[in-house]
Structures are given as C-alpha cells and as structure tokens.
Design a protein around this ligand. Structure first.
Ligand SMILES: [Ca+2]
Ligand SMILES: [Ca+2]
Length: 353
C-alpha cells in the first residue's frame, strides 16, 4: 500500500518558494493541525496546476449542479500571502499530478505522485510508494489559484522601431489612462480582466501646464513598429493584456519573449487585436501562451493603423499575466510602490471624465 499523505480538507494548501530569485525552489505545502507535508515542484507545474484548477471550477459552475456555493473568484477572506510553513522537509519531488472534482463532497481533488512513481509508468499490480492527496473546498481551491496568478506591469520599455514617435512609451505600461487600476504583483489577473477594465480613448491631458500622455504613437508614416518591455527580473509569464488604441491600433501582432533580451522565443504570431472604435474608451485583448520564463516581452506591430487615416501604430497599455509565486515580502514591496503610482495616475486622469 502506498503511503498516503491525505488532507480532507487541509487547513492550508499553498505553493511557495525558498531561496533567492533565480535560484528558488518551489514547494507545494499542505497542512492540518500538527501535520505538514512539503513536496518540491517545478514552476511550470505550479502554473499548470493553478490554471487547470481554475478551469475545473469554471466548468463546475457552468454545469450548475452543486448544492454549495462555488465562488467565481477567490474569497477575499481566504487570501494567504504568508510564507511557507517551517520546517520545510521535502517529502518527495512532484511528478504526475491528477485533478478531479468529487461531486458527492463538492471537493477539488488533487493527487501528486513522486517523480518516477507515476501510476502510468508502473506495471500492473505495482503501486506508487507515496502520494499527496488533497481535497479542497472550492473557495480554498480558488485561493490557491489566486496566489499563483497576478497582473504585472513592465518596469520600463524600449522602442525598437518607430521611435521616437509621439506621446510617451512609459504611458503604455504605467497604468496611465486605465480607468481601473491594478496593484502590480497582487491583483488577480483573471478577476481584473473579467471586470472589463477600460482605457480612456484620449491621447493626453493637460494639468497645471504640463502634458501627460495616455498613449504612444509610432512615427508618422510607419505602418509597423516594435516595442520591448522589461519586467525588471525573470518572471514566469503566460499571457498579456493589450489595450489596442482606438483608431491607430495594431492590425497584426507578433509577441516574443526572452530571458536575456538577445534570444527570442515566439509566444504568439499573426494575432489580430480588436479594432476598437475611434473616440470610445476601449477594453483589453488577452493573448495567452504556455507559461515560460521571460524578462523581456516584445510586441511586433504591423498593418497599422487599424482604422485611422493617420499612418502610425499606437499602444494604449500593456500588462502581463505572471504565474510565478512571488515571495510575500516582494509582493508587499511591489504593491506598495505601484499603489503610489496608481494614485498619481488617478489624480491626473482626464478632467472631463
Ligand atoms: Ca496608457
Ligand atoms: Ca486614443
């Protein structure tokens, strides 16, 4: 018989890290009472698990056959940004994981098998030596997902082609023009996008004699342009939100990612962002890819403008879906710093709104 580390439900089930950025080890950790089980896991597995748990709960809601409430997003009171519990003693390294819904108890059931002990690799009659079996209430499962996926803004941007253009490239990643702010590294990406956050259609605003830009346009006469965003450190990305400017938006889009800014991987090609109506506040298009370590993300825009007669490419805003598991201290720091930026942006929001 395998050793079953069972939790039904755990008091706590989180993914977290130990170590410095760049050499961090990821763990899944379940605990109840005095029992604490830690399983080491790859970043990619955390991302995949979080994504599939979210999808599973969405499907359960869509089927509408539960007695209890299955929350659409993580209940606020279940937020858990605390570090992993100590002592962290690795029980095993995670290999295959299974995910299912138990309709009788209304639990999300996660099984984690040790590497090399996956049921599919064992001969008939053999059993895995060990398994972590976690049965989560739906709210707990959403909270697990929330800890894993947040919206993040770039730290800086570089215009690769189409420079210098008109406006400010920084206004495409610092939340200027967004009607609903997010707290970078803290706000849940899916919940934020689900709220349909709009970007103002205006190009700029005057405030006390100073012009503040909301959008950036490439040089007049350019029907292609390229911009590279720097997340400031290697992050685990799985998508981005693009607010495609009204009028001079991007017709076709390629997205590339890189850890060093030299070697690029294609994350999306020949994409078609929404051709937003000119003179109307506009929402985001979300483009997803398989989670990958990236520091730089490049947009290659072509077939600009989407609808205007003024020849040029334009970006309203870009934000990234980051699915790593930041240390609580860095979450707090990022939240603090960007909350201040958000407050400034809000003050300078267009006057007529
Ligand atoms: Ca903007
Ligand atoms: Ca505009």
């Amino acid at each position: 018989m395998p050793i079953v580390h069972g939790f039904d439900p755990p008091e706590r089930f989180v993914a977290g890290t130990v170590g410095e950025p760049g050499s961090r080890t990821f763990f899944l950790q379940a605990s109840a009472g005095a029992r604490l089980v830690s399983v080491s896991i790859e970043k990619q597995q955390v991302a995949a698990l979080a994504e599939r748990v979210d999808e599973l709960l969405d499907e359960v809601i869509a089927e509408g056959e539960t007695q209890g409430v299955v929350p659409a997003v993580a209940p606020f009171e279940l937020d858990d940004d605390a570090p992993l519990s100590q002592p962290i003693e690795e029980e095993f390294r995670a290999g295959t994981m299974t995910l299912s819904w138990d309709p009788a108890d209304e639990r999300v059931v996660i099984e984690v098998f040790p590497i090399g002990e996956e049921p599919v690799e064992l001969a008939d009659g053999e059993e895995p030596e060990e398994v972590l079996l976690v049965r989560l209430e739906p709210g707990q499962a959403r909270a697990f997902v929330k800890r894993a996926g947040v919206v993040v803004g770039a730290q800086s941007a570089q215009i690769v082609s189409g420079a210098p253009g008109i406006g400010a490239i920084s206004s495409t990643h610092d939340q200027y023009g967004l009607i609903t702010d997010y707290v970078s590294g803290v706000t849940d990406f899916d919940a934020y996008i689900a709220s349909n956050p709009l970007h103002v259609w205006d190009f700029s605003v005057e405030d006390a004699g100073t012009t503040y830009y909301y959008e950036w346009f490439s040089n007049f006469g350019t029907s292609t342009a390229s911009v590279s965003y720097d997340l400031g450190e290697v992050r685990f990305t799985q998508g981005l939100a693009l607010w495609n400017e009204d009028g001079n938006g991007i017709g076709k889009l390629n997205i590339l990612g890189s850890v060093d800014g030299i070697t690029w991987t294609t994350l999306g090609s020949n994409l078609t962002p929404t051709n937003n109506a000119s003179g109307v506040d506009y929402g985001a298009d979300v483009f997803n890819w398989d989670a990958i370590a990236t520091r730089y993300i490049k947009l290659e825009a072509s077939q600009c403008p989407a609808s205007s007669t003024w020849v040029g490419c334009s970006v309203g805003e870009v934000a990234f879906n980051v699915t790593d598991v930041p240390e609580p201290s860095s979450v707090a720091m990022a939240g603090l710093g960007l909350a201040v930026v958000g407050a400034v942006a809000a003050r300078r929001r267009r006057q007529q709104a």
